[in-house]
Design a protein around this ligand. Sequence first.
Ligand code: AMP
Ligand code: MG
Length: 320
Amino acid sequence: MGAQVGTDLARAARLLREGGVVAVPTETVYGLAANAFDPDAALQVFAIKERPSFDPLIVHVGERSEVARVARDLPPGAEALMDAFWPGPLTLVLPRSAEVPDVVTSGLDTVGVRMPAHPLLRELLGQLDFPLAAPSANPFGYVSPTTAQHVADQLGDRVPYILDGGPCVVGVESTILGHESGRWRLYRPGGIGMEDVTRVLGKEPEVQAQSPLQLPAPGMLASHYAPRKPVVLGDLDELHAAHAGERTATIAFQRERSPGPCRVLSPSGDLAEAARNLFAALRELDASDVAVILAEPVPEEGLGRAINDRLRRAAAQRPA
Ligand code: AMP
Ligand code: MG
């Protein structure tokens, strides 16, 4: 039996109040949401996704006043970042409050917090008196879902309700920033460009190669956001020559390429449009009858940094 998909906010709110899990739309990707203050509800999220317990969930708040319930001792610049980018695709890793259960933060003394911009999710948060802990609504390690149908295809038999908010308008996950040793650090490139963050902070965040605990926090695992089919990233002319005779599919930035099926991310070269189309393209080609997916990097600026990051991780060799 497939999951119910719809726009019934009252039903979603009721399930969440009862300690259940609901798939929800955000402007980045679809999330698998539970009451962030209910450890049993949060545990179900990990179970449904088969997500390892060392990978913390992001806490989604509807109001700025709720930040004080989940985090404390905001580092300098945090308020300015919230003013500039919330609601929106920016997650801040902040010192956690005692009210947030260990299961949500994977036992870390910090918590990732963001205020989402999607109107339906904002309405849902407004009906609840708790924030929502939510990772992407996909099996761990796979490409994130950007439509309700993507969620239904993969987790339909495991979640009781999918709130349908249409296709995600940003299409890649949030930018994650943390503050360590007096400096802001970029943990994951995402829906807010580094240039914009730098403008607000007056200083470029340091790009972090490793997670705060030296654990491979999965937003940072080399192989993540990955289709089942092998993905090869590089110059498309060279890749097509190297893979001549194989059944290949192509993800191109602006210009249609042959042979085989091709998805063009943005004919006009708009990186926001490319980000919006990226995960659906990876999914469609993963489901097509080809042996390998060839992709080219996009310009490394604005949202292009997040797109290239996801393509690199889709292309990274998975451990056997
Ligand atoms: P997602 O699967 O898109 O919800 O991303 C969750 C990611 O946020 C995790 O994989 C971590 O990389 C990051 N994250 C969340 N909370 C924290 C935290 N307290 N410290 C560091 N990274 C965090
Ligand atoms: Mg995820």
